[in-house]
Design a protein around this ligand. Structure first.
Ligand code: FAD
Length: 754
């Protein structure tokens, strides 16, 4: 029997929050099961790969961050391949596939992936598998799972194609064969690949195909569609990343389900029970499951009792981090508002080197909640060792490809410090983490439910009970009491605790030595697995911190001045989201809710400039603001009206989504037919369509949007597109091009979050 030859391919990832990285790792880990060897590398480790000479297929997995930017560890790579000096055949030898991760709630969906793809093609590289564009807004797995399913055959096809090309070439037949012309090679590779691999069907693929088809009927009723319109994917193929859960075949009878919903002859349900985080219903509870492969462990963690454990802000970059005392905290909303908004003032006078501009943001470093850290310690059975020093090293015989001790884990930290400042213990456990937790769960029923949640068949349940309600790991562990993971597993799977950015809501010109920012206290409602609601991590922490010094203008309470706490911040400059440098350029700002924050900075700066340069010509300024109630959450009302009085703000357009609604409802009874009042910022934009489009299209003006990424930014974008369409009398495509042009010229700028 000939010895098995494993064929190599390369996996390169660019990842900001670890999603692309973990997908790349997952692919590399299961490659062997497909008779392949993956060479995994981060795009920033350019000493580990060499695309200029690469002859094996290359798989790129890249996310997009911010306003369409590459993740930090892909920046240099993108810069390199964008060099204009590279020739159009620079990557002629390269065969690639690309999975782009993005979020359609943000502008420039999958921009980094698209940029890489465009450049690869411009430089002559050939695509061997259709690009996947996965949308975190609806769930990455909708695209990722089938894309990975099809990848294995595609890689084998590409390898076969490359081998036969090489053989043809060696035989001197390359030129003679018309199918070998470069222009026809992309579709050719894709067509060939299915045919070749079908013939070559190796045993493991065959087995896995049978497994899936055998159970496909059972799974199909609960599994969501594996293809998204427009995602240009092949039909789902036998999976390589999924394996049949060994327990599943025998567990159709071991059920975590609520009693079955019986249907009588007439088909009328006799018992109707809902599923929950811990409890499933048929068909899922009776379905065989495809669960992800168990991720290999890769860290060895030990705790040692040591006297001097550094407990200062060790893992945070000390040079760019500034401890700033809070000097003021004002509640901007009235007591009964749905969302509480608070303005904080930081005293930056001890940090004169930190100069910020309107449009910049600040990262706020917050710790995990002390009670939750305690709970995790108890849950891990490590409470007594909380002050012990943590030693982390790579597991010697780990099977994980490219395993590394997370770079943000510094030495000399205590367990308490690690859980408080290093790991995002609130993060939503990914499916692969849930899969790993299965191995540490004693109770069979709980084990089965965890398998369901990480399985393909359990996608809908995972989305409903874990992802959509932002269930934290701790909440999951609480719901599954027999699950006792080791500390190492948490360190392997929990991401780094990230600072939270907030837009500066002040100008240094107006408030020298001070920095203002505004935040909404985020509230997570109770859900299955979370008996009581909780606040967002950073906003909850800030709220607790400032509660004793909070100033309520409406109650005319003066701030008692107990010792003011300090918080750690670092500057996040935003070089494009700035007021136009040409003072005569008109600009429009759209900032409902806390999205108004940077525009307060813009306007404070403009006011000072007007005082300092009375002879200068200043362009028009428009602000579109919106909130629920005029009397509840009209943030910065007095200051905004003051800007209008002073002429700093030419037009202030405000709308109230709920006041107007109530008034309209009353009016409806009177059967009035008056035109609908503007409820949201986009309605007001439309009412001022002529002015807005004139400013943008005739007067070289600027358009800024800040705030909620989920709905508002999209609605504003669509409205703007329609307005341009109507104004220029063009079709949608042309209007989109005009908008894209404005973006390119940095005259349509967004700073959005959510
Ligand atoms: P977490 O515990 O991290 O939970 C956040 C999760 O809650 C999100 O995943 C989301 O699904 C959900 N969520 C529900 N409501 C909101 C909401 N209103 N905002 C964010 N997430 C929400 N926030 C401000 O309030 N004011 C600002 O000026 C501001 N400026 C920002 C500037 C930038 C460049 C960016 C990227 C974000 C900005 N944010 C701002 C958002 C802020 O950084 C935090 O995400 C937000 O305060 C929630 O943090 P948290 O730790 O309390 O919530």
């Amino acid at each position: 029997m000939p010895c098995e030859v494993k064929l190599r391919f390369v996996v390169l990832y660019g990842s900001q929050k670890g999603q692309a990285e973990s997908l790349a790792e997952g692919i590399a880990e299961v490659a062997e099961e497909h008779g392949l060897v993956a060479e995994l590398s981060c795009l920033s480790h350019n000493e580990k790969y060499n695309l200029e000479k690469e002859t094996a297929p290359v798989v790129f997995i890249v996310s997009t961050t911010g306003d369409g930017e590459p993740p930090d560890n892909a920046l240099q790579f993108v810069k390199r391949i964008k060099q204009k000096t590279l020739s159009t055949d620079h990557y002629k030898h390269l065969c690639y596939a690309l999975l782009a991760l993005g979020d359609t709630n943000y502008a420039n969906f999958c921009n980094c992936g698209k940029t890489i793809e465009r450049r690869l093609q411009e430089l002559g590289a050939k695509q061997f598998y259709a690009t996947g564009y996965a949308d975190d807004g609806v769930g990455l797995e909708v695209v990722v799972d089938p894309w990975i399913d099809g990848l294995w055959q595609a890689i084998k096809g590409a390898l076969s194609k490359m081998a036969s090309d090489k053989a043809d070439f060696l035989k001197g037949e390359a030129e003679a064969s018309p199918k070998e012309t470069p222009d026809s090679s992309i579709p050719h590779i894709q067509l060939n690949l299915l045919r070749i691999t079908d013939h070559q069907n190796c045993e493991s693929i065959k087995a896995s195909a049978e497994t899936v088809s055998k159970f496909s009927t059972a799974a199909s009723s609960s599994a969501p569609a594996t293809q998204t319109a427009g995602s240009d994917l092949r039909p789902a193929l036998p999976t390589g990343i999924s394996v049949l859960a060994s327990q599943s075949q025998g567990t159709a009878s071991v059920s975590t389900s609520a009693p079955k919903t019986e249907t009588g002859n007439a088909g009328v349900p006799q018992v109707s029970l809902a599923s929950s985080l811990t409890c499933s219903l048929p068909p899922l509870s009776e379905s065989p499951l495809n669960v992800p492969a168990l991720p290999p462990a890769y860290l060895e963690v030990s705790l040692q009792e040591e006297d001097s454990v550094e407990l200062i802000v060790g893992v945070l970059n000390k040079e760019t981090l500034h401890a700033a005392p809070l000097s003021r905290a004002i509640q901007l909303t009235k007591g009964d508002s749905v969302k509480m908004a608070v303005l904080l003032e930081l005293d930056m006078s001890a940090h004169p080197m930190v100069t910020y501009h309107p449009g910049d943001s600040f990262d706020v470093f917050c710790p995990n909640k002390a009670t939750e850290v305690e709970d995790v310690l108890h849950r891990l059975g490590l409470h007594d060792q909380r002050n012990h020093q943590v030693h982390i090293s790579l597991l010697k015989d780990t099977k994980k490809k490219g395993a590394q001790v997370p770079s943000y884990m510094s030495q000399n930290i205590s367990l308490l410090y690690l859980l408080t400042w290093c790991l995002e213990i609130r993060s939503v456990p990914k499916k692969v983490f849930v899969r790993a937790l299965v191995e540490h769960t004693g109770d069979g029923v709980q084990k089965r439910r965890l398998q369901e949640l990480c399985s393909r068949q359990g996608n809908a349940d995972y989305n409903q009970y874990v992802r959509d309600c932002s269930l934290s790991v701790l909440e999951l562990l609480t719901a599954f009491p027999s699950c006792s993971p080791p500390l190492s597993l948490l360190i392997e799977h929990l991401p780094k605790l990230q600072p939270r950015p907030y837009s500066a809501a002040s100008s240094c010109l107006r408030h020298p030595g001070k920095l203002h920012f505004v935040f909404n206290v985020v509230e997570f409602p109770a859900c299955s697995g979370r008996p009581a609601g909780r606040r967002g991590l950073c906003t909850g922490w800030l709220f607790d911190l400032i509660n004793p010094v909070l100033f309520f203008p409406e109650k005319d309470e003066s701030s008692s001045s107990p010792a003011l706490p300090k918080i750690h911040v670092s500057l996040r400059p935003n070089c494009s989201f700035r007021p136009p440098s040409d003072l005569s350029a008109p600009f429009i700002m759209v900032g409902p809710g806390t999205g108004v924050a940077p525009f307060i900075g813009f306007l404070q700066q403009r006011e000072q400039e007007r005082k300092e340069k009375p002879e200068a010509v200043f362009g028009e300024t428009w602000l579109f603001f919106g909130c629920r109630h005029r009397d509840g959450d009209y943030l910065f009302r007095e200051e905004l009206e003051g800007f209008v009085s002073s002429g700093t703000l030419s037009q202030l357009k405000v709308c109230f989504s709920r006041d107007d609604q109530e008034e309209e409802e009353e009016e409806e009874e009177e059967a009035t037919t008056s035109a609908a009042r503007p409820r949201y910022v986009q309605h007001n934009l439309r009412l001022n369509s002529q002015h807005v489009t004139d400013i943008l299209l005739k007067h070289n003006g600027y358009f800024y949007v800040c705030g909620d990424a989920k709905n508002m930014a999209k609605d504003v974008n669509n409205t703007l597109m329609e307005m341009i369409q109507a104004e220029l009398q063009v079709d949608q495509l042309e209007a989109m091009k005009t908008l894209a042009g404005l973006r390119e010229e940095k005259r349509y700028l967004q700073d959005i979050w959510g």
